[in-house]
Design a protein around this ligand. Structure first.
Ligand code: PHE
Length: 356
């Protein structure tokens, strides 16, 4: 026998012996933790295979190749044994679970995560119910609106200074088109007043909740996207008294108590006279942080519909009159829930949303 064949055989023997030894240890593993230990013992960074590979450099050059191949064969063989054992262990533990051992039917089930309506949606729906009960209908209008509806028909012609207070997002380059065709992101829900007049025969009462947009630097009380709820009532001999009455009912619905209101003059081109309506602070008697110690909270702008607006909507202003108001829904939600920064509302933070 030549000595080379001899050492080959010896290596084969050694390989087979190590593999048998590993098989024994692997098959004896009763759970995956024990299996992990054995796997580490052989295949880990400081395991048997790794140190065999590390020792190759010390061998005479003509033996290195075979030694390397052997170590790699051992590594592969052990990995296969470990994987096979892992599958067996998985199946037995699954089978045990299925057979009911250790299964306790009285334990509570995993909790089902369910979402909730956004606070703005909740308040919108509540107000819709309230107004429906007062004989109003709910209207919808486009968020991308024609200049005509957003401004022109609301008595805000091009070059009217009131346009400056609406920091408008223009969808077509400003002034690039005929004013009538200019598209804007609506800056308020008031364009729905005009659409209502076009669609309905007076007398009518409508509300129109929806999203509005202004190109505004955002801070704790301003966002570029916010919600309003427009209201419009058209009938015969509508007066400021009707407006105040409707607003008191609205307040009772929102705050579940009768609150005094007061009117301050306010300027909006589509109402005459126009007002800012304040309500007595529902949270205190002698001043708090919500009412900034004034005991009044600024609730909504409103007024009697300007005759120009009635006419632009195709309604005879000699026969019909009306009132309109614009409720800031985002602001109302903040008041109701004590939210101190509008940006929380649509920031998408679940820690905020999950509170509602
Ligand atoms: N549309 C006005 C605004 O957003 C508010 C308003 C609505 C004022 C209705 C009067 C009547 O500023």
């Amino acid at each position: 026998m030549n000595p080379e064949a001899n050492s080959d055989e010896a290596r084969e023997m050694d390989l087979a012996r190590q593999k048998d030894e590993a098989r024994e240890k692997i098959d004896a593993c009763a759970d995956s933790a024990a299996l992990k230990d054995v796997e580490r013992h052989y295949l880990g960074r400081k395991g048997i295979v790794a140190s065999a590979l590390a020792g190759i450099g010390q061998l005479p050059p003509d033996e290195r190749k075979d030694a390397g191949q052997n170590a790699n064969r051992l590594k592969q063989a052990i990995q296969e044994l470990v994987d096979a054992r892992a599958r067996v262990l998985d199946e037995t533990s699954l089978a045990a679970e299925r057979s009911g051992a250790g299964f306790d039917p009285t334990l509570p089930a995993a909790r089902l995560e369910s979402g909730s309506l956004h606070p703005v949606t909740q308040v919108t729906r509540e107000l819709e119910d309230l107004f429906l009960s007062m004989g109003y209908s709910v209207l919808d209008g486009p968020e991308v609106e024609l200049d005509h509806y957003n401004f022109e028909a609301l008595n805000i012609p091009a070059d009217h200074p009131a346009r400056d207070s609406h920091d408008t997002f223009f969808c077509t380059a400003e002034g690039s088109k005929d004013a009538a065709e200019q598209l804007v992101m609506r800056t308020h829900t008031s364009p729905v007043q005009v659409r209502a007049m076009e669609q309905l025969e007076p007398p009518f009462r409508v509300i129109a909740p929806g999203r509005c947009f202004r190109q505004e630097t955002t801070d704790a009380s301003h966002d570029h996207t916010f919600y309003q709820m427009e209201g419009m009532v058209v009938g015969r001999d509508i007066s400021v008294g009707h407006l105040i009455g409707a607003m008191r009912t609205l307040l009772r619905g929102i705050f579940k108590q009768d609150l005094d209101v007061r009117l301050r003059p306010g300027y909006f081109p589509f109402v005459e006279p126009g007002f800012e309506l304040d309500a007595r602070c529902p949270f205190c008697e002698d001043g708090c942080s919500v009412c900034k110690r004034t005991t009044w909270i600024e609730l909504l702008p409103c007024g009697l519909v300007h005759p120009n607006v009635l006419r632009a909507g195709g309604i005879d202003s000699d026969i019909w009159s009306g009132f309109a108001f614009g409720l800031g829904l985002s602001r109302l939600v903040m008041l109701r829930y004590g939210v101190d920064d509008v940006r929380h509302l649509f920031g998408g933070d679940l820690r905020f949303l999950e509170q509602f």
